[in-house]
Design a protein around this ligand. Structure first.
Ligand code: AN7
Length: 345
């Protein structure tokens, strides 16, 4: 059941809204007992990489496309560190509309680039970072009167609230801690709004503390300082001037949570841990969440037994280079059984 079918009655849709549907949302919430046990908490992972284009962006993109089509839009544009472009390109292909995507040159994971290209978007590589590409996309959208589907589009955030609603329905309550990677700061704002909705509707009685994790080299919110030259292995969150800064700060301070930073090394370690101790392969940006928890636990700042949800925002297959760089190549042998038995130690 897609997001508009499952949650249409809580979203701004009517009979006039086209029923766009790629069966996005309703992603697994998996309990990670081995890793949780080591951290002394009850750990759950929301597998947003199971969405049709492999990231959480599909949740918001479906409503952004439906509402733009309802308003007569004929073409779509976005800037992206990769996942927004893959998602927008997929929905554009699905509804049969042209889509322009602006990507920071040389800084997008190969899987995401392949997706945008094969879905048939017009892919434009911009000499500059994501923040510059987004400025250009906004200006072009205005001039050419086409729909922009970055998170400056309010329908994206509204529909991304469904992630929080699903977690509350599965757990029967909100978690104590909700941990999410922060780039352009839309998702943390959406989750907090979603939890507050469920609280206002009497479906949950307590709200989680929101913990936003940024990469050390791209941490404008965690440091409170602008970051003109963001740099991190987690290219998805290589963003220096987040559009959602204000609402993200409100989410963190309103919930009694905080922002945290992790290094690239900590991110890649957490990616290996998730894969090898839970069987879950998530892309580096997503793994910043677990890296953040590991750091908190080491500092004695993780309250024992906390019911904790990490949002694994994108599939690990999108960025195989990052994973291979951390684990190295396979064992090589010739074609004999002896050699095989020799390496099966
Ligand atoms: C895997 O695709 O900004 O804080 O242009 O791809 O809501 O931006 C991606 C962001 C986390 C951060 N995890 O979410 C884009 C883009 C993954 C992501 C984020 C992104 P926001």
């Amino acid at each position: 059941m897609g997001v508009l079918t499952r949650y249409g009655k809580y979203l701004p849709v009517s009979e006039k809204t086209p029923a766009v549907n790629l069966e996005e949302g309703s992603t697994p919430l998996v309990r990670l007992d081995r890793i949780g046990g080591e951290l002394g908490i009850e750990l759950w992972a929301k597998l947003e990489g199971c969405n049709p284009s492999g990231s959480f962006k599909d949740r918001g993109m479906v409503l952004a496309f439906a509402k733009a089509l309802e308003d007569g839009a004929r073409a779509f544009v976005c800037a992206s560190t990769g996942n927004t472009s893959a998602s927008a390109a997929a929905y554009a292909a699905h509804v049969g509309a042209p889509c322009y995507v602006l990507l920071p040159s040389g800084k997008v994971a190969l899987g995401k680039l392949a997706q945008a290209l094969i879905y048939g978007a017009r892919v434009i590589s911009v000499e500059g970072n994501f923040d510059r590409a987004l400025e250009m996309a906004r200006e072009a959208a205005e001039l050419k009167k086409i729909a922009i589907v970055n998170s400056v589009n309010p329908y994206r955030i509204i529909s991304q609230k469904t992630g929080a609603w699903e977690i509350c329905e599965t757990l029967g309550q909100a978690p104590d801690l909700h941990v999410v990677p922060v780039g352009n700061a839309g998702n943390i704002s959406a989750y907090w709004a979603g939890y507050r909705d469920f609280n206002a509707w009497g479906r949950i009685s307590a709200l989680p503390k929101m913990i936003g994790v940024q990469a050390e080299g791209a941490a404008p919110l965690a440091t409170g300082k602008p970051c003109p030259n963001p740099e991190t292995v987690a290219t998805a969150i290589r963003i220096g001037n987040p559009v959602g800064a204000k609402t993200a700060i409100e989410a963190v301070s309103g919930s009694g949570g905080f922002f945290e930073t992790v290094t690239d090394g900590e991110i890649l370690d957490a990616q290996k841990t998730l894969a090898s101790r839970a069987g879950i392969f998530a892309e580096p940006a997503s793994c910043a969440t677990l890296a953040g928890l590991v750091k908190l636990a080491a500092a004695g700042k993780l309250p024992g037994g906390s019911k904790t949800v990490i949002v694994l925002t994108g599939n690990g297959l999108k960025d195989p280079d990052a994973a291979v760089s951390r684990v190295g190549p396979p064992v090589k042998i010739g074609g004999t059984l002896d050699e095989l038995l020799g390496v099966m130690t």
